[in-house]
Write a protein that binds this ligand. Structure first.
Ligand SMILES: Cc1cc2nc3c(=O)[nH]c(=O)nc-3n(C[C@H](O)[C@H](O)[C@H](O)COP(=O)(O)O)c2cc1C
Length: 352
């Protein structure tokens, strides 16, 4: 088990004195990244349930775009989902209108969000047009104002920020990190790619180390963590207190615990996911198949298929046949069992 250094997790806001003194609620230093179109409650809950809370310390919703009006409660509740686990799920907001962001953040807390994360990394054109997401990486002072507005609105709830290493280049990563800290963020996640680098394969973790050196709040490193061993390696190489995993968890949802699962367990995860999408979220059959294929782009867990078979799995059009095949895999072997459940909180069900 990896222990979070106590001094780094119970961190008061230094540069925004008197504004916020909230400690972080994470149960372990490894976190599931916010991913639009992926980390909605069906997928997220399965990952939380299959990794012990001592391995997976928290997760995030997909970003919630705050533009025209403060986001209504029912939308926030849909993102938070009905289940609660020992490990908290932060609600991520993206926007640049200070009043609407602050009002939405307050609504999110009323809906049960244990922490609010602010998105300063989204490279999509819509975000840039609205001067939100990674657009704010060009203006550290504006980024600081956004963080401060939300921090001031939430005196008792931790506010965290997620940045990329820069807009066109990483030359200002320290300045951006300091801006988030000065605004009152209690944790800073640094996705080590710049906006211009999008999702390219090569990454430079020294940018995370530079952010760690620049601020006194804990930093969460992010970018190209592909194996369980990479989690600790990123902490060792950069000094970051937390590590966030994005696509590595789509390849292997057990990456946090490091459990080696059987083909049967891998198939069971995908069947449970399909079932949750159908029964809990009323996804149409085509939507379920598309979401499963989104995982197949990355999937490695349980050696469900060989690399040369990936294309065939991605081209599968027969959803019924695919589920039948997964069902036969799920029944074929006894599983080795995950490392332990991330126990739903006692009062958890339907608590939002
Ligand atoms: C499909 C997809 C959707 C994403 N959506 C979000 C999002 O809603 N909010 C956010 O801050 N980052 C988002 N990201 C970025 C991830 O959180 C993460 O920073 C990025 O994937 C790098 O980590 P990785 O190399 O471990 O995947 C998304 C990434 C992917 C692949």
């Amino acid at each position: 088990m990896v222990i979070i250094p106590a001094a780094r997790t119970d961190v008061a806001t230094p540069a925004c004195a008197g504004v916020q003194r909230s400690s972080l609620p994470f149960t372990a230093p490894y976190l599931l990244a916010p991913m639009e179109g992926v980390t909605e409650p069906c997928f997220r809950d399965l990952v939380l349930a299959r990794n012990a809370a001592t391995a997976l310390g928290g997760a995030f919703t997909e970003f919630v775009r705050v533009s025209g009006v403060p986001t209504p409660h029912h939308v926030l509740q849909r993102h938070l989902g009905p289940q609660r686990f020992d490990a908290p799920v932060g609600l991520q907001l993206m926007g640049s209108d200070l009043a609407k962001l602050a009002a939405t953040a307050q609504s999110a807390v009323e809906c049960g969000a244990p922490l609010i994360d602010l998105n300063f990394g989204c490279p999509a054109k819509g975000a840039l047009r609205g001067c939100a997401g990674s657009a704010l990486l060009r203006d550290p002072a504006a980024l600081e104002r956004v963080v401060r507005a939300v921090v001031l609105a939430l005196p008792a709830t931790p506010v965290t920020a997620k940045i990329r290493a820069g807009y066109d280049d990483a030359s200002r990563v320290e300045e951006l990190a300091r801006a988030a800290e000065a605004g009152g963020a209690v944790l800073l996640t640094v996705h080590c790619r710049t906006r211009a680098e999008a999702y390219r394969d090569e990454v430079d973790w020294t940018r995370i180390a530079r952010a760690v050196a620049a601020v006194s709040i804990p930093v969460c490193g992010n970018g190209s963590v592909k194996t369980h061993a990479d989690l600790q390696r990123m902490r060792d190489e950069t000094g970051c207190a937390f590590v966030m995993v994005g696509r590595g968890a789509l390849a292997n949802p057990w990456i946090f615990s490091g459990a080696r699962v059987s083909r049967s367990e891998a198939a069971r995860f995908l069947l449970d996911y399909a079932d949750a999408m159908r029964t809990r979220a009323q996804f149409p059959a085509g939507g379920i198949l598309a979401r499963l294929k989104q995982l197949f782009r990355y999937w490695t867990a349980g050696e469900l298929f060989a690399e040369h078979e990936r294309r065939a799995w991605l081209q599968q059009r027969d959803g019924v046949g695919l589920l039948a095949r997964l069902e036969s895999y799920a029944r074929s072997e006894r599983g080795t069992g995950p490392a332990g459940p991330n126990r739903p909180a006692p009062s958890g069900e339907n608590s939002s």
